[in-house]
Design a protein around this ligand. Sequence first.
Ligand code: 6PG
Length: 244
Amino acid sequence: MTQTIKIFSSLDQLTDYFLLRISDHLLSKITDRFFSIALSGGSTPRAIFKLISDEYKNKIDWSKVLIFWSDERCVTPSDEQSNYRMAHETLLKNINIPELNIYRIHGENEPGAEAKRYSELVTRIIPLVNNIPRFDLILLGLGEDGHTVSIFPYNIQLFNSDKLFEISEHPVTKQKRITATGRLINNAKEVCFIVTGSGKAEKAAQILQKKRGWQDLPASLVNPADGQLIWMMDKDAGANMLMC
Ligand code: 6PG
């Protein structure tokens, strides 16, 4: 695994770099096959998805891009909590991507059945390496408690599940979630954390500088063995890194 850490003075600079990276991927690497990406949820990606749809609406052959999710809340797609709804509003409805290329997690389904269905879908569509689906790019966020996707410190053991997707539950809201596991995440060609805001600074530094207790944080387990790991942070989220 190669790890890159980048701290940007503004969200625009972070987004420009991210756009350059994905456009490099998307514009240069898409030839005779699809480019597969699993989107993260939460609020951080909102601004970035908006910029992608503004800046790259017509620069990318979206018919060659397959969109999946790395986790989803167990709500309907029209619910304001839905990660699909957030991506649809900020990106998907603005770009010319075939509906057939969009594979949302059906949060409205029974969680156990949906985790199974989505695992089988991903296995059927994404090329296998080591007999595990290998995404070209998986986007991740970081929670203020060090969680990533919907794996939290209290249920960190889910990360090492032998399944591709598991059912999780938010520790505070008790909201059920469908989440990718480390089996899928750590098999990706590239994993990109996008982390912004001062609320993430402590945990980001704890993980990246391997400070006491770092291995108790689910995000610290992200380690794509045969891939690239990139941490992209704004200056607020990276503040504690700069103090070392
Ligand atoms: C989710 C995400 C979750 C998110 C982090 C950061 O469904 O909420 O997958 O892992 O990325 O909680 O969320 P914010 O971007 O809202 O800070």
